[in-house]
Ligand binder design. Sequence first.
Ligand code: PLP
Length: 365
Amino acid sequence: MLSKGLSEEDLFSFLSSQKKEDIDHRYILSSMCTLPHPVAVKAHCMFMETNLGDPGLFPGTAALERLLIERFGTLLHHKEAGGYATSGGTESNIQALRLAKAIKPVTYPNVVLPESAHFSFKKACDLLSLEMRTVPTGPDHRMLANAAAEVIDKNTICLVGIAGTTEYGMIDPIEALAKIAYQHDIFLHIDAAFGGMVIPFLEKPIPFDFALPGVTTIAVDPHKMGMSTIPAGVLLTREPDMLDTLNIDTPYLTVKKEFTLAGTRTGAPVAGALAVLDYLGTDGMRAVVTGCMKNTQRLIAGMATLGIAPAATPDVNVATFACKSAPPPWKVSWTRNGDLRIVCMPHVHRDTIETFLKEFGEMHA
Ligand code: PLP
């Protein structure tokens, strides 16, 4: 630490200079996060000092968290769902597997999941000492449900399906997975961290949520397509009190038990996430998703006219291409298979897509 503090002017001049080093969102085509909606920023700033880790001190904020869970439960066809606000998909996935393990205590527990699963499952399996049974995806990049059924055994504590994969934007055959889970009486976790705020607003929504009887838990991230401030995730459970299985004693807090992973946790992004939902409503969210999907289709069509084939026909707003380079300063990303990947988030406007296509065409001319 400095022995003598900086003047406010010097301090903020330093912070501004650091912020200038960050990439301008105009060029970020690789991220599943986006610029937060202005109402999320306003709500976030109102709740900066709140701590949901000690909810008895912040009953108003704790009520917002319950409302957020209710809003998502209703959106995902189960108003009575339980759950809580996490820091994002990673924490939701860790907690879902922690819950599955607590519910089915076996000596050598395994988890069956697609090869397309997000790397957060590797972290979860490491932390919880779970064997990861990876199931291949088919040519359409969706998990092969039959292959999943084959590797399930008496030590399987959880089956995982992805609704909106990180790399190719695909929805696994959740209906088939739900049937398998239901037949085998296995915990089914759906990672809809990205797709959970897209699929319900598609022209033809694809079943992936609590409407399917086999689905046990769902992860959705408001800080992705929900345009909340970071960090905002949600873990939902079919049984309202299911997470109590994870309760540990917290003697010196205003509540005596806690099932969350974090202790201290900010209420600010919870207020931010709820603000966006209530400000936009389903009509507003549908308009946002429709725009992102149109931009995705325009990008795919535009690349085709430049002779670049799509690597997949995505269910959500993630476009991938059999292509090895993109012009600077655009920030694109690459899948494990080496395909160019662009996520058409709300900050990626139509004119951004057109400019990218023009510069891409010039580079590859
Ligand atoms: N699950 C999916 C499908 C994701 O795409 C991501 C991140 O992109 C995660 C989980 C992890 O989310 P987070 O980075 O918010 O922890």
